[in-house]
Ligand binder design. Sequence first.
Ligand code: FES
Length: 135
Amino acid sequence: MSEGCRSSSVDRGEHVRTTNDDQRATNHMERERVPYQKIIFVCVNTREPHETCCAHRGSEAIAASLKARVKALGLSRAVRVSKSGCQDLCAKGPNVMVFPDDVWYHGVTHEDVERIIQDTVRGLQPAASPVPPPV
Ligand code: FES
């Protein structure tokens, strides 16, 4: 866009988007490293009552149990339990993904919470250890 065009638009009271505007528009975004060593994503997606979904199979309670266990172990700074939307395997739910382990658990029940926790804390950096024994 030429300066002449920009000036005439401003004279008419219009806001003309400039390169500086584009830079300001993106400057609000910050980028930093993820502060957690592991993230456990629990699908809590809800569908209609007659449809299959993780929420209908108790995934909210599973997420709460995972969160409580991480907190009880003092690992909240290293491991994040995060509720997610649909993971696109509804029929196999409740579904839980763990990153960066690239592990995906299906058909999770309360009895599986401790196994997921033990699998997840394995390999944490020493600052997040010691790894407590299973309950
Ligand atoms: S509702 Fe959980 S995977 Fe679709």
